[in-house]
Design a protein around this ligand. Structure first.
Ligand SMILES: Nc1ncnc2c1ncn2[C@@H]1O[C@H](COP(=O)(O)OP(=O)(O)O)[C@@H](O)[C@H]1O
Ligand SMILES: [Mg+2]
Length: 250
């Protein structure tokens, strides 16, 4: 369980995350909201990529502010919105970095199995030996997701992982997240821009705006025309197609 209690993160005078309290019990949770809402800041705080100014975040009872980095990394993998690396790495080397918290060598049979599994799951076999700067944006994005998967954690946090992905790889990645939840019992939290993707794949939705959580609940309760119209200040219509709900911006 991820427990966020009264968390504040300031950037100068701006309250990027403004007194957020949130409990994520499991499943696939989508975080949505307009640009600048504080989604990335909140995710980074959960993974302790940034510190906070007030409040407490625990993951399975572990206070992330006080925990050792390695203990966090064994429990939780996080993929940032923008991933840049100054060094020249192959896809395979990058994915192997995911094994770092588990000992570092990347060469034990367990390490090898996790690396191979992640490369296969993200459809990277054909480019596994290539350097990251020789990849398309979508291939590079998938390589970073594979690194996070290879980390083999109970918690996976992904910030806009569908950036640059074509429809085939977007759908495959969302289905992979569902499988990780259903088969491995993982808890996945993913920032999504496409509300229809959230509607189709998420169990729960957290809607943020101006640093605050304005809605949190099941897809059917949060993704209503009224909520979305208010959240994005853009008229939204929500249609039912069988068991799917489809958002149309007007
Ligand atoms: N390092 C930073 N310095 C100053 N302001 C920042 C920094 N990071 C984010 N912000 C600001 O905090 C707010 C929330 O940003 P962010 O969490 O990235 O939003 P989102 O991911 O929802 O688009 C924005 O107004 C953004 O400009
Ligand atoms: Mg963001």
């Amino acid at each position: 369980m991820i427990l966020i209690d009264s968390v504040l993160k300031r950037h100068g005078a701006l309250r990027a995350v403004d007194d957020v309290s949130l409990q994520i019990n499991g499943g696939l949770t989508a975080i949505i909201g307009p640009n600048g809402a504080g989604k990335s800041t909140l995710l980074a705080a959960i993974g302790r990529l940034i510190g906070t100014d007030a409040g407490v975040i625990t993951v399975d009872g572990m206070d992330v502010a006080a925990a050792r980095s390695r203990d966090i990394a064994r429990r939780l993998a996080i993929l940032r919105q923008d991933n840049h690396l100054a060094i020249r790495l192959s896809v395979e080397d990058l994915v192997a970095y995911g094994r770092f918290p588990h000992g570092g060598s990347g060469r034990t049979p367990e390490d090898r199995a996790q690396i191979e599994n992640a490369i296969t799951l993200l459809d990277l076999e054909a480019v596994r030996g290539r350097y990251l700067d020789e990849l398309s944006g979508g291939q590079r994005q998938r390589a970073f997701v594979a690194m996070a998967i290879a980390q083999d954690t109970d918690y996976l946090l992904l910030d806009e992982p569908l950036n640059n992905l074509d429809p085939r790889h977007s759908v495959a990645l969302m289905k992979l997240m569902q499988t990780l939840v259903a088969v491995r019992g993982m808890t996945v939290v993913v920032v999504l821009h496409d509300i229809n993707v959230a509607a189709q794949f998420a169990d729960d939705v957290v809607a943020m705006r101006d640093g605050r959580v304005v809605h949190h609940g099941a897809v059917a309760d949060v993704l209503t025309a009224r909520n979305l119209t208010d959240l994005y200040e853009t008229p939204a219509r929500v249609d039912e197609h069988g068991d799917r709900r489809v958002v149309i911006w007007e």
